[in-house]
Design a protein. Structure first.
Length: 644
């Protein structure tokens, strides 16, 4: 980009004529157009991994990428079309030189001495940056990982599980006790518990699974210093009921997990096989191996056996003597226990069946069932136990199948630790057991871990392609491989600040943090492009004034113009970064629903923006100067780049 105002702006210059204004607008449009196009293309390309995310993460973050891309496209269109028109109307009267701006003058006076010192001690500055990069890499390995930052929905879903042979009466009693204890906590507003399946064919919950929605009061009414985790811990401590395994989640995320993975907790280990007894034995071994693992909470093996069934088997040799058939005995059992449809009633557009069956006291125990009367033609009514064996037998409470195989599962939530390290430790504990699995049996990790693996795989696959695309865009911008590499070097140093801030902020790596780093990637490239363009403009000016050979150029001259290219255009560089920072910093103090996801996106952006600015303003000129000095020594001249 050439300095189009150089020959037209002087101290106390006369007002510009209409022809001069149009010439300035025409020149600026030709220079700004390609730069706007390439920078927009780079930022949109950097969001390509977000566009390719699938599942829950894709639905959550793809609107962000689309919004950013459309804004950039419209912004580029307006910059090329509307901005020149506005300049032609507003660029009137006397124009003051850039040096007369007091803010710009003060910034240059502060920045130039620092840049001079950095150029003088360039090897030391580069060494400091390399050390910072190594420290950032070490911190990155120490960061925890999770699929998504936990979004606070404002309520709690308490999901305890009882023994599979629990009765309706006992479940009702447990519900009443639990609801009363939960309501006694001051922060709880309302409690509603449900046992078993709802009135829908899509809910296959057994009677032993309880779902209790706990609505909380506004946070301003909580006890001082109390957090949601403290409330969950208090509920868990109060509800230590024998035979009941507690579990905690949130209503929305629970439904999403159930629909996407079939697992109602953060992590689930699915055991596949052909025999329920073997699957149950493996489930218990896995559960025992995971007990005591740090971060593993609400550990529970889904019961595959332990269900109770009442078997009523007709005595064929006896029913023949009474003149009965098996169907007649079964009809009595069906009518007495299951109910018999008598008729249907119509109310408007709705139809309802009218059923009849014995009262509860006649069928609530084995003794009562044995005394059920079976009518015979010759002997009159006789007890059911006379013509049938009635006993209780064990069996599976519910049979789950997946991928055409029987399936069991071990479930647990993760609290007080990141998901990634918790699952890694659990996998290490189970590795020895996995190698000794019976033939035809295998395990599969599911839940949030399954989603995390899928998202990481997508990002790892597409990020190298994105880097290559951006490198090609830079190459076509500069028409130089060397200049493209200089600009790309900015990226790892920009990530340093993001890693530092994520580490000290105590945030785990997640898809949200990855989206923040992706947005930082495009911003860092854009800032580095701006600095490189101005430095190349300074080199063009230097060659025009001093020539381009060893006899006329030396290190002092090159440094003078490097400083000029860096300092004289300090304001647009800082404006580019300041606009982003001013929009992002307030998010750090945001609260309420949504802040849990927005803060992990913002933190790496802010930290990386600060570090990329420091690198671009102080290190990029050093690398640029070293490159040009090397060109002068090896080729005898400076390689000039068209700075458009």
């Amino acid at each position: 980009m050439k300095n189009i105002f150089k020959n037209r702006i002087k101290k106390e210059q006369d007002p510009l004529s209409a022809e001069e204004r149009m010439k300035i607008v025409e020149d600026s449009s030709k220079l700004v157009g390609p730069g706007v196009f390439y920078s927009t293309l780079i930022v949109i390309a950097s969001f390509l991994p977000v566009f390719l995310l699938t599942g829950m993460e894709g639905k959550l973050f793809s609107p962000l990428a689309w919004t950013k891309s459309f804004i950039l496209i419209v912004d580029a269109f307006l910059a090329i079309t509307l901005t020149p028109v506005l300049i032609s109307y507003l660029l009137k009267g006397k124009l003051r030189p850039e040096g007369k701006n007091p803010i710009n003058k003060k910034l240059e006076s502060l920045y130039t001495p620092v840049l001079v010192v950095c150029l003088k001690w360039r090897k030391t500055i580069l060494a400091i940056n390399v050390v910072a990069l190594l420290i950032g890499g070490l911190m990155f390995t120490r960061l925890g990982s999770e699929f998504m930052p936990p979004l606070d929905e404002g309520s709690i879903l308490f999901m305890p599980v009882t023994l599979p042979d629990v009765s309706n009466t006992e479940v009702k009693r447990i519900l009443q006790v639990q609801d009363k204890l939960i309501k006694s906590i001051p922060e709880v507003s309302h409690v509603l518990g449900k046992a078993g399946r709802a009135n829908t064919a899509t809910d296959n919950s057994p009677i032993s699974m309880i779902e209790t929605i706990v609505l909380l009061k506004p946070q301003s009414e909580w006890r001082e210093g109390k957090t949601k985790n403290d409330i969950v811990t208090e509920i868990n401590n109060k509800l230590q009921i024998p035979g009941v395994t507690n579990g905690f989640t949130q209503p929305i995320i629970n439904r999403i997990n159930m629909l996407s993975t079939g697992i109602r907790t953060d992590v689930g280990i699915k055991i596949y096989g052909t025999s329920l007894d073997t699957i149950d034995a493996l489930s218990q071994k896995i559960k025992k191996a995971l007990e005591g693992t740090s971060g593993v909470k609400d550990l529970f093996a889904e019961p595959i056996t332990g269900g109770k069934y009442i078997d009523i088997i007709a005595k064929r040799e006896v029913i023949g003597r009474y003149g009965l058939s098996v169907d007649e005995v079964n009809s009595v059992v069906e009518a007495a226990i299951g109910g018999m449809t008598l008729t249907s009633t119509i109310e408007g557009r709705q139809r309802f069946s009218v059923n009849a069956r014995y009262a509860q006291e006649y069928r609530n125990s084995l003794d009562a069932l044995k005394k059920l009367q079976v009518q015979t033609m010759q002997y009159g009514p006789i007890p059911l136990e006379t013509v049938a064996d009635i006993k209780i037998s064990d069996g599976p409470p519910m049979i789950n199948s997946e991928n055409a195989m029987l399936r069991g599962s071990v479930l647990f939530n993760v609290r007080d630790r990141d998901l990634g390290s918790t699952v890694k430790e659990a996998q290490d504990k189970l590795n020895a057991m996995m190698t000794k699995m019976p033939k035809g049996y295998y395990v599969e990790w599911s839940g949030q871990w399954e989603n995390q693996i899928r998202a990481n795989h997508t990002l790892a696959l597409i990020l190298p392609i994105v880097v290559l695309i951006i490198f090609l865009i830079l190459y076509f911008t500069y028409r130089s491989m060397k200049e493209a590499l200089i600009t790309m070097i900015t990226v790892p140093f920009a990530l340093i600040g993001g890693i530092f801030m994520v580490y000290f902020y105590g945030i785990n790596l997640s898809v949200a943090v990855a989206v923040g780093f992706i947005a930082l990637f495009g911003m860092a490239i854009e800032t580095a492009m701006l600095m490189t363009i101005y430095l190349n403009e300074a080199m063009n000016k230097m060659v025009a004034e001093h020539g381009n050979n060893r006899e006329t150029l030396n290190e002092d001259i090159i440094r003078e113009y490097v400083i000029e290219g860096s300092a004289k255009r300090l304001r647009p560089k800082l404006m580019t970064v300041s606009v982003s920072l001013f929009g992002l910093v307030p998010i750090l103090w945001s609260t309420g629903t949504g802040a849990d996801v927005m803060i992990p996106i913002t933190v790496p952006l802010i930290g990386g923006t600060i570090s990329s600015v420091i690198y671009v303003l102080l290190v990029t000129p050093i690398v640029f100067e070293i490159t040009k000095l090397r060109e002068l020594r090896t080729k005898g001249k400076i390689e000039l780049i068209d700075a458009k």
